[in-house]
Design a protein around this ligand. Structure first.
Ligand SMILES: NC(=O)c1ccc[n+]([C@@H]2O[C@H](COP(=O)([O-])OP(=O)(O)OC[C@H]3O[C@@H](n4cnc5c(N)ncnc54)[C@H](OP(=O)(O)O)[C@@H]3O)[C@@H](O)[C@H]2O)c1
Length: 300
């Protein structure tokens, strides 16, 4: 099987190796598509090598999101058999191969069956961003609360807006000019293009996948909550505000529910376009160019 490795120097090396065998509790997926996320772009740029998470010069796999078909099942797996169309999340930074390749092994608990009506490749655009948004919104206890979502036109924010609205929050979104109608359609009560437009408003909680950080504290009520997606952006707490960040969990059962909502049209699916496996460098460049909203897919 072919798979892509990087040493964090913007290199994308395709190697040919034996397909990994699933161990207890694992399944192997023949990959239909992977999608490009900021974590992959960071990994290729060497962010995790520089942090010391990965030794200098070591090669690591790329890709967290995957859709495809189960083609081998390890012992002690129930509910998934070979031939089942699935999507899943490969979580973590490490030496294993990633989803940018022809096959990947994941814990069965990180994998969801695809619902009817969802394109088997497009499903790869969902897991990381939808699970992060769903778990973040749950942490913010959204029912009846005023919630500000920054970066609402991005991947995580684009799911956070409808999920927060569906779970009972009054949602204000900071998004892009061309995205206002879309965000209102998906449940935002108010959309602005810059948080600076909100100086006379206060929110019970802010979800900040954009990493805007400390500048948002003035918009939060005393005793409210700030939640980001990276430790470096979480501001020092003031006025009793709780400040923190979320680390996504791979959860096949939760992902199955989110995919069903996507297939039913109650959650969005934004695909920017696709590339072949050997065009991963172009896919990363397209992600960074930001000219088209949505996720870029690598179709395998
Ligand atoms: N901890 C975890 O488990 C976890 C999980 C998933 C994602 N993440 C992280 O969460 C972040 C967001 O991920 P994503 O997939 O949603 O990224 P994304 O698709 O690139 O979306 C980020 C959005 O935020 C906007 N933005 C950036 N800076 C902003 C600012 N100062 N004010 C307002 N908006 C701003 C961006 O606009 P432009 O396009 O104009 O820059 C973009 O629309 C990334 O850093 C990612 O690594 C963490």
């Amino acid at each position: 099987m072919r798979t892509i490795l990087t040493t964090g120097t913007d290199d994308f090396t395709i190697i040919d190796r034996a397909a990994p065998e699933p161990r207890s509790g694992e399944v192997r997926i023949r990959v239909a598509a992977a999608s490009v996320n900021p974590v992959d772009v960071g990994a290729a740029h060497g962010v995790f090598h520089r942090m010391g998470v990965i030794p200098t010069g070591a090669a690591v796999g790329l890709g967290w999101d995957v859709s495809g078909v189960v083609d081998a099942v390890g012992p002690d797996v129930t509910g998934l058999t070979t031939g089942t169309a699935v999507a899943g999340l490969r979580h973590g930074i490490g030496p294993d191969i990633g989803t940018y390749g022809e096959a990947v092994v994941l814990p069965a608990t990180a994998v969801a069956r695809l619902p009817r009506g969802l394109d088997p490749a497009d499903a790869a655009a969902v897991p990381l961003i939808a699970l992060t948004a769903s778990q973040a919104i749950d942490l913010l206890n959204p029912g009846g609360r005023r919630l500000l979502i920054v970066g609402a036109s991005g991947g995580v924010g684009g799911y956070a807006v409808p999920l927060a609205a569906q779970r009972g929050a009054t949602v204000t979104a900071v998004g892009k000019r061309g995205d206002v109608e879309n965000l209102i359609h998906h449940g935002a009560g108010t959309v602005v293009t810059d948080a600076a437009e909100l100086t006379d408003r206060r929110f019970d909680a802010v979800f900040d996948p954009a990493g805007a950080g400390a500048g948002l504290l003035d918009l939060i009520v005393d005793g409210g909550r700030y939640l980001g997606t990276a430790p470096r952006n979480a501001p020092a707490p003031v006025r009793g505000i709780t400040s923190g960040w979320i680390e996504v969990r791979a959860d096949g059962a939760e992902l199955a529910g989110l995919l069903t909502e996507v297939a039913a049209g109650r959650l969005p699916l934004r695909i920017a376009g696709d590339f072949a496996l050997d065009e991963a460098a172009k896919a990363h460049q397209a992600f960074e160019d930001k000219s088209i909203p949505g996720r870029w897919l690598l179709r395998i």
